[in-house]
Design a binder for this molecule. Sequence first.
Ligand SMILES: Cc1cc2nc3c(=O)[nH]c(=O)nc-3n(C[C@H](O)[C@H](O)[C@H](O)COP(=O)(O)OP(=O)(O)OC[C@H]3O[C@@H](n4cnc5c(N)ncnc54)[C@H](O)[C@@H]3O)c2cc1C
Length: 414
Amino acid sequence: MKETTVVGAGIVGIVTAIYLQREGHRVTVVDRQAPGEGTSFGNAGSVAPASIIPVAMPGTLKQVPKWLSDPLGPLSLSWRQLPFMLPWFLHFQRACDVDRVRRGAAILRSLNAPAVEAYADLLGAAGAPELLRREGMLHVYKTEAGFKASAFGRKLRTDNGCVVELVDADRIRELAPGLSSGYRWGFNLPDNAHVHSPLRVVQVLAELFKRNGGTIIRANVTDIECDTGGCVKLHTDGMSLSAECVVIAAGYASGKLAAKLGTRVPLAPERGYHIEIPGAVPAQHCPVTDGESRFVATPMAGGLRIAGTSEFQAADAAPNWARAETLATLAEKMFPGLQSVNYSRWMGVRPSTPDSTPVIGRSSRHPQVVFAFGHGHWGLMAAPVTGQLVTDLVAERAPRIDVSPFRPERFSFY
Ligand SMILES: Cc1cc2nc3c(=O)[nH]c(=O)nc-3n(C[C@H](O)[C@H](O)[C@H](O)COP(=O)(O)OP(=O)(O)OC[C@H]3O[C@@H](n4cnc5c(N)ncnc54)[C@H](O)[C@@H]3O)c2cc1C
């Protein structure tokens, strides 16, 4: 049993810490913020076994000019960031290859398929099973062309064993009565689930971790050192911490920490936004994705959350709230009669790899350090399998699934 420290109290770090603790390790979590205050605070809440479509798809690059020129479009890019992000975009271009996409979907399926049962277990143990809702996820389209363009994605899903139910306009209205009648095509993913408050999920799991003897320390990790005796030292603003094993699960900031250990991973700050409209859950039960405008509307404990957009901008640049206002406009078009007033706004940084696959594996130079980051659009749903794989790596036993697709060194020309 090892003295193990996890850097990061987001969903990935906390779930990993719980699984390590269940195996008998002595676990400490270090974070500069309170648990769940990073990107895990504001996601769309999807815990989706059928959410397996990589961002890089065969047709994606062709759509970029259209998306960038549309003020309500899902993509924005700071041209000043382009030189820094060029290697990332080159990897992204390579990831659009159809065979890589097929492999990528199978990899995401292996990460996401067990998510719903894993959260039922974790949230049950935390005494908050009601946070998990098994209500499916509806994908809707206003144009037949948009729906037809989703055919390859639907095939990837069915090829990987996901249940996909096609729905017509009547069925859409049945499943989500408040939706605009403009949506006439779509499909339902009945096995998907969502959580009613992503922040609360991290908080109750952090409480469970502490109740079972875990320690959470509030500190900013500034440096990491590995000595020849196999000990890892974390330097923080106020103190140094030693451990036999360290897990780096610090979201987007993990890239810098990994680089200190000689592992360079192309990680983009893919910023996303949400608005949450209090008391505005229309007559709609399951989360709904607009497949053309690319945003999700999820009923949450605090109201209707509209989440989406991909903004390639420096992680620490001020939020561009015009992106959030765009979501308010889209919400009003999705739900006629909805008044998007008094809403809260939020921006978070997705830790995104170009191949939509996280980095889960040992540092090649310092095997007592395990990386668990780069979950992009999938961090909530992929956290349980990530945590289980980390426990396999820490225990030095054969991982339960093939971890080679996640290896940190896979980006050869970076
Ligand atoms: C708009 C939007 C919608 C999304 N929707 C979904 C969804 O529906 N389903 C889904 O599965 N995923 C979704 N995601 C993605 C998901 O939110 C992320 O993948 C996930 O939150 C990443 O979790 P994490 O634990 O890796 O990172 P974080 O939650 O960012 O946690 C990392 C933690 O590390 C800490 N940290 C960083 N550096 C240091 C340091 N040097 N010292 C100490 N602590 C440090 C931070 O303070 C932070 O608390 C969405 C993302 C966005 C932006």
